[in-house]
Design a protein around this ligand. Structure first.
Ligand SMILES: Nc1nc2c(ncn2[C@@H]2O[C@H](COP(=O)(O)OP(=O)(O)OP(=O)(O)O)[C@@H](O)[C@H]2O)c(=O)[nH]1
Length: 315
């Protein structure tokens, strides 16, 4: 074999890039240049040195924040969950009763002649939804804001936003702010299609700025034989069912126990009433206690009644 061939097989020397030798070398080099590592340990004084590292750190911080936001809240209810409360709110004559009647008809195929008090329906195998019409007085609004899991704000499309809607929004702000969605009614009063489109756009923008960006707004475009369109009610009910599935108890609710009285019974002995028609009555209220477990003597808020102490606790 020739000497030239042997020379050709040898690889050229490669300087080490990592390992203890390289580390020592780089440290010596840094010392020579007068650069010290201690300088970069003060994170407040020196910003990031590597853009990639900064990107990763930012991602980690965002992930941590998301984890904190989605931390499960402790649900203090036990056994079967109480019904999901849907409060229908709006100014007088906007169509609250009609919306509740349409939704009840959709879920149960039953006609409700009149809406008097909360209506509970069963949806699916065990989910229950309770529809409550919000009264147009401040006390009723406060009570409804306290119990609502989902608030449906009805807005007269031909008139625009009214004071009642803003009042209710403000009240909800201080009561944990449940899920909110809007429904535009009386849209059949528009004869001009262009005007209707413009109004819808304007109201949607206003609704987004008043509630939050991307807040859901539905349209009920008019009455057919005195009822809302089946398809539109179907969309509305789908959204309600979705809210029920995604339901996440509010922190405010779990720390403020309350009862929404579904039924009341006058249990005063009849003889006592016969003797004195204006005698003090004993009234029993039935409803779910939400936001805590039962304890004798505990104080709860009873909608329409006030803060009461639970005396005789039964399961
Ligand atoms: N043209 C039209 N009429 C509607 C619409 N929605 C509701 N109405 C009518 O408005 C009237 C009032 O409807 P209700 O459901 O009683 O309204 P409400 O909000 O419950 O009224 P209050 O109980 O007085 O607060 C009824 O005669 C409905 O037929 C709609 O989209 N278009």
């Amino acid at each position: 074999m020739a000497a030239d061939e042997l020379m050709a097989t040898h690889k050229s020397h490669r300087a080490p890039k990592r390992g203890p030798t390289m580390k020592k070398k780089s440290e010596n080099d840094k010392k020579k240049r007068g650069v010290s590592d201690n300088k970069q340990q003060n994170s407040k004084a020196f910003s990031f040195t590597s853009a990639d590292k900064a990107k990763i750190l930012k991602l980690h911080a965002a992930e941590k924040e998301q984890k904190r936001i989605h931390l499960p809240t402790i649900d203090r209810n036990y056994g079967d969950p109480p019904p999901f409360v849907v409060v229908v709110q709006g100014p007088p004559g906007v169509g609250k009763s009609l919306v509740i009647k349409s939704l009840v008809k959709h879920f149960t195929h039953q006609n409700v002649p009149e809406v008097r008090g909360p209506i509970t329906i069963v949806q699916g195998s065990k989910n229950r939804i309770q529809f409550v019409e919000c009264p147009n007085d401040i006390n009723g609004m406060v009570d409804c804001a306290k119990v609502a899991d989902l608030a449906i704000l009805l807005i007269d499309g031909s008139y625009g936003f009214e004071m009642e809607t803003f009042e209710f929004l403000n009240i909800m702000q201080v009561h944990g702010f449940p899920k909110v969605m809007g429904v535009l009614t009386h849209l059949d009063k528009f004869n001009d299609v262009k005007k209707l489109r413009k109004t819808k756009k304007r109201l949607k923008q206003r609704f987004s700025t008043e509630i939050y960006k991307g807040a859901k707004l539905f349209y009920l475009s008019g009455l057919i034989h005195g009822k809302y369109s089946k398809l539109e009610v179907d969309h509305l009910s789908q959204f309600i069912s979705l809210s029920l599935i995604k339901f996440h108890p509010l922190k405010w609710r779990t720390s403020h126990p309350y009862v929404l009285a579904d039924r009341m019974e006058d249990v005063t002995p009849p003889e006592k009433i016969q003797m004195d028609k204006k005698c003090d009555r004993n009234v029993t209220l039935y409803g779910y206690l939400r936001g805590c477990n039962l304890k004798k003597g505990m104080k709860v808020h009873i909608a329409g009644v006030g803060d009461y102490s639970l005396a005789g606790v039964t399961d």
